[in-house]
Design a protein around this ligand. Structure first.
Ligand SMILES: N[C@@H](CCC(=O)N[C@@H](CS)C(=O)NCC(=O)O)C(=O)O
Length: 228
C-alpha cells in the first residue's frame, strides 16, 4: 500500500485530494515539519529535499508534489486528459508553472509578509507582485474555460487547488475580489466530498501549530547563519 508522508499544508494537500478522489488505498504518515521531523534521515531517504509531501509505493519513492501527481495519475489512469501530444504539452506546462511559479512565489510572499523577523519592503513587494502576477494568469485561463485543461477536472486543477485554498493568506483580503475565476474553481473543488476528506485528514493527528523559536529553526535553517 502507498505510504503517504503528510503535513496539512498546500503541497501535501494536492496529493491528499488525488488519493481521496481516486480511492487509491494509502497509509497516512504524519511529518510534523514545525517539530523538524522532515530532517530525520529516515524521511530524507524518501525525500532528500526534506519537505512534504513524499510517498513510497512498494520500493518506489516519489517526492515533489507535482511529480507525485503525475506518477499517481499515470499509475491509475485517472484525472489525466486524453493522451494526445497537445494535451500532454499543456498539462506539463501548467504543472511546471504551478510547481516553479505559484508555489515558490506564494511561499516566499507568505514568508516575507508573515514570518520574516523584520519588515522587508523590497522582498514583500517583489514576492507579492509575482504571486499576484502568477495568479492572474491562472484566473485568465479559468475565465475562458471551466478547468485548467478545458472541460474536464484533472491533476492540474488539484495542483492549483492546493495553493488556491490559502490565497487570502498569501495575497490578502482582496484575493477573491480580484481572482473570481480562481475562487469559482476553489468553491467547486471544495464542494467535492474528496476535498472535504482531504481537509479533514489533519484531524487524525495533533500537528504543532505554533511558529515558535523551535519551529523557525526547523523551517528556516538559513536564519542560523545570521547568528554570530
Ligand atoms: N517543491 C516541493 C515543495 C515542498 C514544500 O515546500 N513543502 C512544504 C509544505 S507545503 C514543507 O514541507 N515545508 C517544510 C520545510 O520547508 O521545512 C513540492 O511541490 O512538493
Amino acid at each position: 500500500m502507498i505510504k503517504f508522508y503528510f503535513h496539512p499544508s498546500p503541497n501535501p494537500l494536492k496529493i491528499a485530494l488525488y488519493l481521496e478522489e481516486t480511492g487509491e488505498p494509502y497509509e497516512l504518515i504524519p511529518v510534523d515539519t514545525r517539530k523538524g521531523e522532515q530532517h530525520a534521515d529516515t524521511f530524507k531517504a524518501i525525500n532528500p529535499n526534506a519537505k512534504t509531501p513524499a510517498m513510497q509505493d512498494g520500493d518506489i519513492r516519489v517526492f515533489d508534489s507535482n511529480a507525485m501527481l503525475i506518477y499517481l495519475a499515470e499509475k491509475t489512469g485517472k484525472f489525466l486528459p486524453a493522451n494526445t501530444p497537445q494535451n500532454k504539452a499543456e498539462m506539463y506546462s501548467w504543472l511546471m508553472f504551478v510547481a516553479t511559479g505559484i508555489g515558490p512565489y506564494c511561499g516566499q510572499a507568505v514568508h516575507f509578509k508573515h514570518f520574516a523577523p523584520q519588515p522587508q519592503e523590497y522582498a514583500v513587494n517583489r514576492y507579492d507582485f509575482e504571486a499576484w502576477r502568477h495568479w492572474h494568469i491562472i484566473d485568465d485561463v479559468l475565465a475562458a474555460q471551466p478547468y485548467m485543461m478545458g472541460n474536464d477536472y484533472s491533476i492540474v486543477d488539484m495542483s492549483v487547488w492546493g495553493w488556491a485554498r490559502v490565497a487570502p493568506f498569501v495575497l490578502g483580503a482582496q484575493a477573491w475580489e480580484k481572482l473570481p475565476h480562481v475562487k469559482r474553481l476553489l468553491d467547486q473543488i471544495n464542494a467535492r466530498p474528496a476535498a472535504q476528506r482531504a481537509e479533514a485528514l489533519k484531524t487524525q493527528f495533533t500537528f504543532k501549530t505554533e511558529v515558535d523559536a523551535e519551529a523557525r529553526k526547523m523551517l528556516f535553517p538559513s536564519n542560523e547563519r545570521l547568528k554570530v
